[in-house]
Ligand binder design. Structure first.
Ligand SMILES: Cc1ncc(COP(=O)(O)O)c(C=O)c1O
Length: 386
């Protein structure tokens, strides 16, 4: 079949292969410990569900304005101001079907075919594929464990070429959990302003930061970087709403206007019912995400302690998000072999680092119960000793 040329470069999601194998084993009755989850294991809070049910009953089931209902956009503006020091007016805010959709829309309106998109490595699996879908070229900036996988301004400068158009930043990061400080982002911002590079700042894990560390939003530092930055966020992780598909962005007017036009002719509005649920979520105090964060910090502490005691692994201690990225080179296995053998022999599902650009690492998620974490850690320890 003659599919479009652009699809030749698009890889299937690497996280999917291992999770579908785990699902199959589970359906065969195997006692699978799932360390592969990309979503909080908590249910969406009831007050949010209730609002969605009321919306359905009241017949709020039709098209809405493409970029979101005014009430929700106003709340997003207030959130950006309160949490991030970012001043956006409602016409600068676009609500979309998840943060993934917001990032794709942004890349689509910013990157021309042949433009280079800078992506720190390891990266979230979808960034390079989104660049490929836009027929732009992903260019990776390798980062190191000894700097907690954070890109420095020097690393950035070295990778800028005349074709560089966009930098994608992700703090807290998936898969490493690294969190950039304000000072680190300020020097990065200076380079982007000097070289006129757009920044897509993916802040979806903003509410999950540990040890009292603070989140910084690069777009809020000064007018120059504000004019180049699109700030991405959403409710998937902060409110355990992955299935509701609500993400949003704040952008300079011209960019927001282009994204609005693009969304007009692609998906139109995000689901009306989910938008009402999002209004409930953003109107309430942050209690739910605080509770989530406290619980995740306990789990992170437990897992880091257990992994650090396993001599064959080297651990990057995450400061945010709900993943631990650890080095497996001492096992002399590549990440796919490591993950597949662990699944076949010990029924533990985790994600091979190859999908994030690092074949000598694996990513485990601690978005599962303490009971499961303990069981999984015991099995992993036993397996590594063998
Ligand atoms: C770094 C990162 N950005 C964006 C997303 C997408 O979030 P959403 O579910 O809102 O599309 C994810 C989801 O796993 C993620 O890990």
């Amino acid at each position: 079949m003659r599919l479009a040329e652009r699809m030749k470069k698009i890889n299937p999601s690497t996280t999917l292969a291992i999770t579908s194998k785990a699902k199959k084993l589970k359906s065969e009755g195997k006692d699978i410990v799932n360390f592969a989850a990309g979503e909080p294991d908590f249910d969406t809070p009831d007050f949010i569900k209730e609002e969605a049910i009321s919306a359905i009953k009241a017949g709020f089931t039709k098209y809405t304005p493409t970029t979101g209902i005014p009430e929700l956009k106003k709340l997003v503006c207030e959130k950006f101001k309160k949490d991030n020091g970012l001043e956006y007016s409602p016409e600068q805010v676009i609500v979309s079907c998840g943060a993934k959709h917001s990032i794709f829309n942004t890349l689509f309106v910013l990157a021309d075919p042949g433009d280079e998109v800078l992506i720190p490595l390891p990266y979230w699996v979808s960034y390079p594929e989104m660049a490929n879908l836009c027929q732009a070229t992903p260019r990776f900036i390798r980062t190191e464990l000894n700097n907690n996988f954070k890109m420095t301004a020097k690393d950035l400068e070295k990778n800028i070429t005349p074709k560089t158009k966009v930098l994608i930043l992700n703090s807290p990061s998936n898969p490493t959990g690294c969190v950039y400080s304000r000072e680190e982002l300020e020097v990065i911002a200076k380079v982007c302003v000097a070289k006129k590079i757009f920044v897509i700042s993916d802040e979806i894990y903003e509410k999950l930061i540990y040890d009292g560390k603070k989140h910084s939003s690069i777009g809020g530092f000064n007018k120059d970087i504000y004019e180049l930055t699109v700030t991405i966020n959403g409710l998937s992780k902060s409110h355990s709403m992955t299935g509701w598909r609500i993400g949003y962005l704040g952008a300079p007017k011209e960019i927001a206007e282009a994204i609005s036009r693009f969304q007009d002719h692609s998906t139109s509005n995000p689901t009306s019912i989910s938008q009402r649920a999002a209004v409930a979520a953003l109107s309430a105090p942050d209690d739910f995400s605080k509770k989530l964060c406290e619980e995740f910090q306990k789990r992170r502490d437990y897992c880091v302690k257990r992994l650090a005691s396993m001599k064959k692994l080297e651990v990057c201690v995450p400061q945010g998000a709900f993943y631990i990225f650890f080095n497996i080179s001492k096992t002399k296995l590549d990440s796919n072999t490591f993950a597949n053998r662990l699944l076949d022999e010990k029924y533990i599902a985790l994600i091979p680092g190859a999908g994030f650009g690092m074949d000598d690492y694996c990513r485990m998620s601690f978005a599962t119960s303490m009971e499961q974490l303990t069981k999984g850690m015991d099995r992993l320890e036993e397996w590594l000793k063998q």
